[in-house]
Ligand binder design. Structure first.
Ligand code: NCD
Length: 315
């Protein structure tokens, strides 16, 4: 590397809202080549050798944190995990101070999960590292959106023109926002479905159809994406009880017949079986839920590569 080279501008992944179709497709293609690494005997490439990645998870997570950690290790990065419990955060440290402290240790990439929307942009002001958003409150979860796009494209060979029904607790879901932005940019038709109390107030502004009738939403769908009821984010009782929710909005094999015969069923996990989805469907032949988990590692490898300047060095 030349010492006179201008420092590259840092790249972050905050959201899928402002990402172009070109960048999305680049990330999906990159994920496709990284997926192959996961099928090798030795699942490792030297791409991020010598780079330090900090996983800063201030909100509970098992699958996303594990998925990032595996992705980082497959790229040969040095990985440091930092979680809120058992840390100085419990002693009252602010997010700004946590970030300033971590920054002094010189990480190259910080993967952040936090309960506040906008926290990735906020912490980026206090570090020279690239920030990857691993879920900020109810706003976005861009790597989940990417792995969803990846899973859909793998199955159908395209995204444009597909009909995607997203069902459940739309209003509280960061997963739906990222998926929706990505799907729209790549030309899918999206319909959002949930009880009126769980539909966003600004659905007209989102530019998609909304309905409270499940059969109508999944009618002719290629993809049925079920969402977890986010009990922890609801400040009031939004439906009578779990049994009633399942009766109206739970995905059963019977209801799935309204979708196209080759339709796939997705769920970001963790699932509430018997609330938003029956076990018969979750474990059934149309379910791609474990494919999504597998895609997560490849999608995150692609993002880690991309924020560290991958596209530029490749070009
Ligand atoms: C999602 C999340 O945390 O936003 N889960 C995940 O990342 N796999 C969805 C959820 O919690 O329902």
């Amino acid at each position: 590397m030349s010492l006179t080279a201008a420092p590259r501008t840092r790249r972050h992944l905050f959201s899928l809202a402002d990402m172009s179709a070109e960048d999305l497709l680049y990330l999906l293609d990159t994920a496709e080549s990284f997926a192959e690494v996961g099928r090798r005997e030795v699942k490792k490439v030297p791409t991020l050798r010598g780079k330090t990645v900090v996983n800063l998870f201030m909100e509970s997570s098992t699958r996303t944190r594990t998925s990032f950690e595996i992705a980082e290790k497959r790229l040969s990065a040095e990985v440091v995990n930092f979680s809120a419990s058992g840390s100085s955060v419990e002693k009252g440290e602010t997010l700004k101070d946590t970030m300033l402290t971590l920054n002094a240790m010189g990480p190259d990439i910080v993967v952040l999960r936090h309960k506040y929307a906008g926290s990735p942009q906020f912490v980026s002001r206090y570090t020279s590292a690239s920030i990857i958003n691993a879920g900020d409150g109810a706003r976005e979860h861009p790597t989940q959106g990417l792995l969803d796009l990846f899973t859909i494209r793998r199955r159908f060979g395209r995204i444009a023109g597909l009909r995607v029904a997203i069902v459940g607790d739309i209003a509280h879901s960061r997963v739906v926002r990222s998926a929706l932005f990505g799907l729209r940019t790549l030309g899918a038709e999206v319909v959002l479905c949930g009880p009126p109390t769980m539909l966003p107030h600004d659905s007209a502004g989102l530019g998609v159809q909304t309905t409270s009738r499940l059969e109508q939403a999944i009618d002719g769908a290629d993809v049925v994406m079920m969402l977890r009821v986010q009990f922890e984010r609801q400040r009031e009782q939004l439906f009578p009880n779990r049994h009633e929710y399942f009766r109206r909005y739970g995905l059963t094999a019977e209801r799935l017949r309204h979708a196209k015969p080759e339709a796939i069923v997705m769920h970001p996990g963790p699932m509430n079986r018997g609330v938003e989805i029956s076990s018969e469907v979750a474990d059934g032949p149309r379910s791609v839920i474990t494919d999504q988990v597998e895609a997560g590692v490849a999608a995150r490898m692609a993002v880690l590569f991309w924020v560290s300047g991958g596209a530029e060095t490749e070009a």
